[in-house]
Design a protein around this ligand. Sequence first.
Ligand SMILES: [Zn+2]
Length: 352
Amino acid sequence: MDLLVDHHCHGVARRDLDRAAFEAWLTEADRPAPGTTLFDSALGDALRRHCFPVLDLAVTATPDDYLARRAELGHAEVAGRLLRAAGLAAVLVDTGFVPEPLTTPAELGAAADATAYEVVRLETVAEGLEVGTATGFAAVVREALAAATSRPETVAFKSVAAYRVGLGLRGERPSPAEVREAAGRWLGNGGGRIADEVLHRFLAFAALDTGLPLQFHTGLGDRDVDLRAGDPLLLAPWLRAVEPTGVPVLLLHCYPYHRNAAYLAQVFPAVHMDLGLATHNVGARASAVLAEALELCPYGKFLYSSDGFALPELHFLGAALFREAADADLVRRTTENAHRVYPAVGGRGPGR
Ligand SMILES: [Zn+2]
């Protein structure tokens, strides 16, 4: 089996989960609607078909059987089985959103028998800084990004502008005065959650200045996102503006705008895309969605990710469904593409 580089995922939960907690992590809603279960969905079908056997259950077992088997094995054994079954050379772990204790990149890598790296979320860095004054904001952020860049495990930054202000970032680099003014508004509101187009744009430019690849959340996400504003086409003016830098930009998830993302990947040399999160959600339709993305996306611009979060089932399902949808050549290509985009990523890639 050719190993995959999962270039965007998260840690897994460090506790045994009851059915309600398990299903809450399966859905982009806060929890399943009353009277419904995620086991009766495309994702549920995929879980039965791919995950049940990894825990030694028949595909005809019930959801309660599965949760009971999960509890019997314990979360660490379940995670180890599923993550190793995913066949991963390396995991690039976004550490910026931890609503409950999750495994660290090193722990996830150890459980998956893969090399672990970190993707640093820009907004989380900025929101966690001691920013005394609006005047100091830009310098303090740049220092923090430089410090993150100097850690060998950091291989990329990530922007969640899509969640906060949408992807309609302007192409111009904000002036020092504009950044100072926006930081003043933010501090005046008590700091905390950043949701200001100027600040997200400043963070994106500051990330590119480090030379590390920059991942953008686009498309599908939990209900916090305004999905209309997550269309990657909205990012085109910014992509055009930063084109001369040549720094790789990674459009994550993309669905249901994956055809739009594929267009951007074709026309902008540094733009790449993946179908993380979408792949496991669409289940048996993964091959159709992949085919739609590859209508326009050059094969050298497509990367693999799971966007697995909290449940190791999602890291495994992403890989299993992608392997089913892609031919062996594309599986190899995505790993080569990941090594090219993230030169610091080693791991057990093709021929290693
Ligand atoms: Zn993610």
